[in-house]
Design a protein around this ligand. Structure first.
Ligand SMILES: O=c1ccn([C@H]2C[C@H](O)[C@@H](COP(=O)(O)OP(=O)(O)OP(=O)(O)O)O2)c(=O)[nH]1
Length: 157
């Protein structure tokens, strides 16, 4: 059973009231990265390739990533802590899809804490402003053995 957005908000920071949705919490855009070197997924272990932060168009009121079609790594602005007895899932904001973009995500494990990342597919040029709501985190009650102790624990804090 999914928990309420108010419950999810208790496990993320910083959060403002306009991010709290009935069934989840909207996460906002922290930054956009472009991978510049080869990664490796092996039978034993893995390596994440180097990434470079995309240059937002800076201005007095703007902080906008002007993205051309391609694949990017999107980092969320909020620190998320997945509580014990729960599992997290992220869904893209539908306005992203309506603009020919997609956010691909994986499982968020009980005990994980950090500023997570997702794969942003851009199929048509788009402008994304830092701090804009791009995704929704939902939490479901879940059984588990142990808690997250992988290599991304505490990332980007
Ligand atoms: O879309 C997602 C999904 C998960 N995570 C975070 C939360 C999750 O708990 C952690 C690790 O994810 P996963 O277990 O899939 O990583 P892995 O590739 O198996 O690496 P490791 O074995 O080091 O955990 O990354 C994200 O940042 N983005």
């Amino acid at each position: 059973m999914y928990r309420s957005g108010a419950f999810v908000a208790e496990h993320c920071s910083p959060v403002s009231s306009d991010q709290v949705q009935p069934n989840g919490l909207d996460l906002t855009l922290g930054t956009v990265l472009e991978q510049v070197s080869r990664g490796r997924i092996a039978r034993e272990g893995k390596t994440v390739g180097d990434r470079e932060e995309c240059d937002p168009r800076e201005g007095p009121d703007t902080d906008v990533f002007r993205l051309e079609p391609g694949g990017y790594v999107l980092r969320y602005a909020e620190t998320v802590g997945i509580p014990e007895d729960h599992v997290g899932f992220i869904y893209p904001r539908s306005s992203l899809m309506r603009n020919s973009c997609m956010l691909n995500t994986a499982v968020w494990d009980a005990g994980y804490e950090g500023k997570g990342e997702g794969l942003l597919q851009v199929h048509h040029p788009v402008d994304l402003e830092r701090g804009a709501r791009v995704a929704q985190l939902v939490l479901a009650r879940a059984d588990h053995e142990g808690t997250y102790e992988g290599s991304y624990q505490g990332e980007n804090l």
